[in-house]
Design a protein around this ligand. Structure first.
Ligand code: PCA
Length: 200
């Protein structure tokens, strides 16, 4: 199998995004499956265009997007993408989203094709905290997750796609008010999670 793993660039005043940092450190092969890594901009619609180009170029069997969810304390595979966008922070193009539906003719929500329960169990077994998340929010992460599901329905019926949110890195948390996770734990946890997703 060929697996495309994407990580967002930094946004919202942060100097780093653990998503792309962890994705860069993943192995190039997991259990004999090829891992293709891609950085995506934290920009509504543009992120989906970048991933679509990569799908057309590499023809992966599975796409997993990774994003930062500051405040979470675990590796959290997402269950569902919703057809709604909002957010008060501008994205990296300097604009905020137009609040409302992402795709006028899209379903209200799409469930991931990834085996999220197995992924959580495998990640915990590797010694890294993990939980299922039932909301990817309404910002760029949910947007990209939703757009990929929409693309799957309309253009890439054999594709499996999903999203994993990860916590802040310790360097991003200076006031002790938020949990964080070390980069090596993130890489270990994501590797276990991806392995469970491809072996299912
Ligand atoms: N996290 C944001 C967008 C980019 C990222 O890494 C989110 O959760 O929407």
């Amino acid at each position: 199998m060929k697996i495309l793993i994407t990580g967002f660039d930094h946004f919202g005043g942060e100097k780093i995004n653990p998503a792309i940092e962890a994705v860069k450190k993943l192995p190039n092969e997991i259990d004999g499956h090829q891992i293709i890594k891609l950085e995506v901009p934290t920009i509504f619609y543009e992120s989906a265009r970048v991933v679509k180009n990569a799908i057309e170029k590499y023809q992966p069997d599975m796409v997993i997007n990774v994003g930062q969810a500051g405040g979470r304390a675990a590796i959290t595979p997402e269950r569902i993408a919703i057809n709604f966008q909002s957010g008060s922070t501008p994205d990296n193009s300097g604009k905020g989203p137009k609040e409302g539906k992402i795709e006028a003719d899209g379903a209200d929500g799409y469930f991931t094709q990834l085996p999220i329960k197995k992924m959580v169990t495998a990640t915990r077994k590797a010694g890294v905290p993990s939980e299922i998340s039932n909301s990817a929010g309404t910002y760029v992460c949910n947007h990209l997750f939703y757009e990929l599901q929409y693309m799957r329905v309309h253009e890439f019926p054999n594709l499996k796609t999903g999203f994993i949110h990860i916590p802040f890195l310790p360097s991003q948390v200076k006031n002790g008010r938020h949990p964080s996770m070390s980069l090596s734990y993130m890489v270990k946890g994501l590797t276990a999670s991806i392995k469970a997703a491809v072996d299912a």
